[in-house]
Design a protein around this ligand. Structure first.
Ligand code: ATP
Length: 233
């Protein structure tokens, strides 16, 4: 599964956001797209999922129907409740009648079960940012797809909920699903075997194992490695 020489430019923009992006997805690790704000991570996801049409390039990925894409700004009326979102997810997954809370509890630990019970009858508009993200990711990852793309799934989420979310990705990968996320929370990648794809100035500056990348900069601090990679650009 790979992307080869992908190019994309927004109408009226002077430069290409993606200017020959090439990488191969790792099916055994979490694939993580990193880069500065504006590097083109969301644009890349929009190209992979067919929301944008690249000018050139080859995308060899599962069929769109086999993909699940959670964008950064997912809008649902603040009036709907957790259980209403669960009903929507059940419809997406084609599992008729699977909209009882019990259908979602099997893979949750005891604290997560409490959280699910708490959010089930709560309006989305009243949930905290982290609670909403956790709920969306937990419910959406119950849908069976070959490829899952999550744009900044842990931004604005507290450390313990981030860990829970990363564990969700671990489980998906253990179940032979392919996962791609984007993140600015590089410290989270120490919890999980990660395949890093570093986007910079329209190209992939580094592709490979996250721990090997840290070794390149002789540091255990990923933010430091990130800053130094940008400096070297
Ligand atoms: N619809 C648009 N029209 C013109 N330019 C756009 C459009 N959407 C995004 N851009 C520009 O394309 C570039 C890449 O944006 P993109 O949202 O893909 O970056 P990103 O890496 O996801 O950023 P962040 O980390 O801040 O979320 C930015 O310079 C942005 O201003």
């Amino acid at each position: 599964m790979h992307v080869f020489n992908l190019k994309y430019k927004y109408k009226k923009a002077k430069d290409y956001v993606l200017n020959g992006v090439t990488f191969t997805l790792n099916t055994k690790k979490l694939n993580v797209i990193v880069g500065l704000n504006g590097a083109g991570k969301t644009t890349l996801f929009d190209c992979l999922t067919g929301n944008l049409t690249p000018e050139t390039g080859e995308i060899s990925l599962p069929d769109k129907k086999e993909m699940l894409y959670l964008t950064q700004n997912i809008f649902f009326s603040p009036e709907i409740k957790g259980k209403d979102f669960a009903k929507f997810v059940a419809r997406l997954s084609g599992k008729k009648g699977s909209n009882q809370i019990d259908d979602y509890l099997d893979f949750l630990d005891s604290r997560e079960r409490e959280l699910m019970a708490h959010l089930w009858s709560m309006k989305i508009g009243k949930m905290s940012v982290g609670e909403r993200k956790w709920l969306f990711i937990t419910l959406l990852s119950s849908i069976e797809r070959k490829l899952y793309i999550f744009d900044e799934p842990t931004s604005g989420v507290d450390p313990s909920s981030r860990l829970k979310i990363m564990n969700k990705f671990k489980k998906l990968i253990e179940n032979q699903r392919i996962c791609i996320i984007s993140t600015h929370q590089l410290q989270d990648l120490s919890y999980i075997d990660s395949h890093l794809i570093f986007l910079h100035k329209g190209k992939v500056l580094y592709e490979g194992d996250f721990q090997d990348w840290l070794k390149l900069f002789n540091t255990i601090n990923p933010d430091e490695a990130f800053a130094r990679m940008i400096e070297q650009g």
